[in-house]
Write a protein that binds this ligand. Structure first.
Ligand SMILES: O=C(O)C1=C[C@@H](OP(=O)(O)O)[C@@H](O)[C@H](O)C1
Ligand SMILES: C=C(OP(=O)(O)O)C(=O)O
Length: 434
């Protein structure tokens, strides 16, 4: 794995290409970050080796693989399909989470079962992301931890007893997912109960439950806000990893904002990925949307209306939706997304700053983003190390000359090569912009 995927790179200004006309292209999007990192965590606990077909090769998945290796689990990423060979987990180990929510919330509960001390840290921005609740839960479950956020050290005893714990997962569904994904390895399994305002990104918890069941783990999710995982053997991971539908959305958004058609092959018919919601949203905005033979096609509407939507379940789409909204003919409201202030950056603040910095009209309240039509002009679009902020800038740049994204390489978090893929879609092969 190249170090550029595991270390934060220097900022690189990228003049976003302006579209010469309507788009017409097909984009092959790599595997889902969320499924890849679940597959890695589960394969590490399995009774036999797994081969992860279609796994995403990106900074977030490289960090997950490196974290497992640090704990003694061989992950061979030399081919396109990574091989994971389960082994007893042991410290001392150092884990770098980068800026990956899935690494910082999924790996510590599993690392707590290791024999030995495990120190966990991440990028400076990762230290600001909510983490206390999952550490509190691990303490309730008997795990000794030094620290209350990144960096912290788990004093692994070689086992976690498990049992039941009540948490407030209103800041991130990943608190629930992380605990459930390690629970097959807890001696008594685990019941997690959520007590608080509604959990965001619920489809991602369904993804966790489905991933656990797919490797033979029994999960009871029959009561809302309560999940029980029965301890026991984990089968090797066998399913191909689906295309990352959230990463497909900037490309599909191009068809919405400049017209024309974008096709995404290998679009699953059934999925727990919240990115699938984008197809319905595009249709609601007047696009022609079809799914035929596994390819999703989106043909943009003549005029782009505003949107008033509750994005609580698919909050990771907020930057894409905000970029579309900034180019729409009517006002937009993206509601139910207060918790994205704790994503890679404070996304509500960053989107407002970026949109207003280009002459747009946007503001945020505790839980929503409001964007009104305005004539935009060129300027710097700051990524704040956030892959989806960078791709949102690319969308706006399609229609606004002079937009410069200040760190396009942070897209390597989940989609290395984004700039080249974007240039290919627009027929701008050198990727340098206009
Ligand atoms: O479990 C996952 O894979 C994810 C859950 C969501 O996190 P939040 O619940 O913190 O929004 C989502 O936004 C993130 O991109 C991926
Ligand atoms: C919130 C996101 O990432 P993470 O997995 O780091 O939480 C995201 O990808 O939009």
């Amino acid at each position: 794995m190249s170090s550029s995927l595991t270390a934060a790179a220097a900022l690189r200004d990228w003049p976003a290409p302006v579209a010469a006309g309507a788009v017409n292209g097909t984009v092959s999007v790599p595997g889902s970050k969320s499924l890849s990192n679940r597959a890695l965590i589960l394969a590490a606990q399995a009774t036999a080796p797994s081969v992860l077909e279609g796994v995403l090769r990106s900074r977030d998945s490289a960090l997950m693989a490196a974290g497992l290796r640090a704990l003694g689990v061989p992950v061979d990423d030399s081919g396109p399909d990574w091989a994971v060979t389960p082994a007893p987990l042991r410290g001392p180990a150092q884990i770098d989470t980068g800026l990956a929510g899935t690494v910082m919330r999924f790996l510590p509960p599993l690392a707590a079962t290791a024999d030995g001390a495990v120190t966990v840290d991440g990028d400076p921005a990762a230290r600001k992301r909510p983490m206390g609740e999952i550490l509190r839960a691990l303490r309730v479950l008997g795990v000794e931890i030094d620290g209350s956020g990144l960096p912290f050290t788990l004093q692994g005893k070689g086992f976690v007893t498990g049992g039941s714990v009540t948490i407030d997962a209103s800041a991130s569904s990943q608190f629930v997912s992380g605990l459930l994904l390690a629970a097959p390895s807890f001696r008594r399994g685990l019941t997690v109960q959520h007590d608080g305002t509604p959990v965001p990104s619920l489809p991602h918890i369904e993804m966790t439950v489905q991933a656990l069941r797919s490797v033979g783990v029994q999960v009871d999710d029959s009561d809302p806000n309560t999940w029980t995982v029965v301890p026991g053997p984990v089968d090797p991971w066998t399913q191909p990893i689906e295309t990352d539908l959230s990463n497909a959305t900037p490309f599909l958004a191009a068809a919405l904002v400049i017209g024309g058609t974008v096709r995404i092959p290998r679009w699953p018919e059934h999925t727990t990925q919240p990115g699938a919601a984008f197809a319905d949203l595009a249709a609601d905005l007047g696009a022609d949307v079809t799914l035929r033979n596994g390819t999703l096609s989106v043909t943009g509407p003549d005029r782009l209306p505003g949107m008033d939507i509750d994005a609580h379940d698919f909050s990771e789409l907020a930057p894409t939706l905000a970029a579309v909204a900034a180019l729409a003919d009517g006002p937009s409201h993206l509601r139910g997304i207060g918790h994205i202030r704790g994503h890679e950056t404070d996304r509500l603040a960053a989107l407002v700053d970026n949109i207003t910095g280009l002459g747009g009209d946007a503001d945020a309240d505790a839980d929503a983003l409001h964007i009104r039509p305005a004539r935009l002009y060129g300027g710097t679009w700051r990524a704040f190390a956030d892959h989806r902020m960078a791709t949102a800038g690319a969308i706006i740049g399609l229609r606004v000359a002079g937009v410069v994204v200040d760190d396009i390489d942070c897209t390597a978090k989940t989609l290395p090569g984004f700039a080249a893929m974007w240039a290919d879609l627009l027929g701008d092969r050198d990727g340098s912009g206009s």
